[in-house]
Design a protein around this ligand. Structure first.
Ligand SMILES: *[C@@H]1O[C@H](CO)[C@@H](O)[C@H](O)[C@H]1NC(C)=O
Ligand SMILES: *[C@@H]1O[C@H](CO)[C@@H](O)[C@H](O)[C@H]1NC(C)=O
Length: 469
């Protein structure tokens, strides 16, 4: 008789791509793991991989009962199935009843590669449950110089919320990079080879990040079905799974301005209208629209443009992260999560899609001042914004003149210019609201709520609408 194997330290149910890779990662770090999937071929596949990738301590189970019994107490199970009903079904299949269950909702970022070799993990929910698996998570997560990319996020759904905002920030980053590409290509006339070199160069400086690095690689790939570069053959329609939309919905719910993230979402919607856009291009040509790019690009200083775009991208990114961080803080206040923004920036430094060197600076900014109202006013970032604003304005100005849309960069610049101005034209909006709706207004020079009979007074003063006739 075979000796029954020792109990596994943890279990994982749901062996799609992410599940398999995370299970292999856990096993590789030395934690015996049981895996289960209703579809038995998935279990076999994972067991085979564990064998081939170094005889990892991973044990396939073929029914829920055996699976649960193969795990040591307190039994911890990672469920990696589609959100919604499948989660409930899996929990029901694994537990006779819901009593005594502790829940940890964990955001996992890094894609397949990250899951296998070190993701950024965002666990929230039961602190006891976190304590039960903390040693595993710390080993499995991506490692950066100041520790593993995991921390206990907070109560309730905070882990998933933080992952959602991470994705919203990711939308913004990708949009801003695509705008930099658009300007460099269509205003600067850069070739794919040049773009590849520029992005590689940027990846050695303040912009160093996963997304900049992969972008450099993309420009180097030749089309294997026809002549030229593959990037030029891709249909310009962006897909999405919903996390960007939820981020913008949450920002609206919480009255937090997130214009860069919203602009990137809107751009995905507009990109989806491919046929409509092609027709619009024709319709406006027929109506006499002339491309202005030629007059803008003639005599352009390419080197200067490249340097300006780099600065514009960096400054735009800071504004986008400021929006994401403020959304996190607002939700944290509403829910009492007590989120540590510096720690969140830290666990995003490795493993995840938005990993970037400058997250270390964001971490430092929040560590210096927990109650920093906005990244832009951190003394270091403030200095950087001031240094880059002239280049930023030149890039946006050129793009506007050339008719190249840069909604993300424009949104970031407008956010900056709106936030930094002590006085906005909101006084006029208040006057209008008071005139037509008697909503009252406050004054800059004395306390209290005021209402004015604007129309009557205007007519009396002789400069009302009628007086001009
Ligand atoms: C098992 O695999 C199938 C197909 O890959 C998937 O739809 C299902 O949710 C998985 N999870 C469990 C727990 O059975
Ligand atoms: C944190 O930032 C706010 C706003 O800029 C400022 O009023 C406050 O003094 C800062 N606190 C510290 C400890 O620097």
């Amino acid at each position: 008789m075979e000796a029954s194997p020792a109990l596994s330290r943890i279990g994982l149910a749901g062996l799609a791509v992410m599940g398999q890779n995370l299970a292999l990662n856990i096993a590789e770090k030395g934690f015996p793991i049981s895996v289960y999937n209703r579809t038995t071929s998935k279990v076999d596949e994972t067991v085979d991989r564990a064998h081939n990738e170094g005889n990892l301590p991973l044990f396939g189970q073929y029914n829920p009962r055996d699976f649960v019994l193969s795990i040591e107490r307190p039994r911890s199970v990672i469920i990696l199935v589609k959100a919604g009903a499948p989660v409930d079904q899996t929990i029901a299949a694994l537990s006779a009843n819901g009593r005594g269950l502790l829940y940890l909702g964990m955001g996992v970022s890094g894609g397949e590669e990250g899951a296998r070799h070190g993701p950024s993990l965002m666990p929230g929910g039961s602190h006891q449950a976190y304590t039960n698996v903390q040693d595993i998570l710390r080993k499995v997560a991506a490692q950066v110089e100041d520790g593993p990319c995991v921390t206990y996020i907070g109560e309730g759904g905070s882990g998933n919320f933080v992952k959602m905002v991470h994705n919203g920030i990711e939308y913004g980053d990708m949009q801003l990079i695509s705008e930099a590409y658009d300007v460099l290509k269509n205003v600067g006339g850069l070739t794919n080879e040049e773009l590849g070199d520029i992005f590689s160069e940027w990846n050695r400086g303040e912009l160093e990040s996963f997304l900049i690095e992969i972008t450099a690689d993309i420009f180097r790939v030749k089309d294997d079905l026809a002549d030229g570069f593959l990037v030029d053959k891709l249909l310009d329609k962006t897909g999405m799974k919903g996390t960007g939309k939820w981020t913008v919905q949450q920002a609206a719910e919480l009255s937090v301005a997130a214009p860069t993230i919203a602009a990137s979402l809107d751009c995905r919607y507009l990109s989806g209208l491919k046929e409509e856009r092609e027709k619009a291009e024709e319709a406006l040509k027929l109506a006499g629209f002339k491309e202005e790019i030629g007059s803008v690009t003639s005599g352009i200083d390419k080197k200067r443009l490249i340097d300006d775009v780099r600065q514009a991208l960096y400054a735009s990114k800071i504004c986008s992260y400021a929006q994401g961080m403020n959304l996190l803080r607002a939700k944290s206040v509403e829910k009492g999560w007590n989120l540590n923004l510096g720690e969140l920036a830290r666990i995003w430094k490795g493993g995840c899609i938005i990993r970037a060197v400058f997250l270390d600076r964001i971490k430092n900014a929040y560590q210096r001042n927990q109650s920093l109202p906005n990244l832009i006013v951190d003394p270091d970032f403030a200095k950087e914004m001031v240094q880059r604003q002239a280049a930023w304005r030149r890039v946006v100005g050129l793009a506007v003149a050339a008719g190249i849309s840069t909604p993300g960069m424009c949104a970031s610049l407008s956010y900056f210019d709106t936030y930094r101005r002590g006085r906005l034209p909101a006084n006029l909006v208040q006057a209008q609201r008071d005139l037509f709706g008697a909503h009252t207004y406050e004054r800059v020079d004395r306390p209290g709520a005021f209402h004015t009979e604007w129309t009557k007074l205007a007519q009396k003063s002789g400069s009302g609408v009628g007086a001009l006739n």
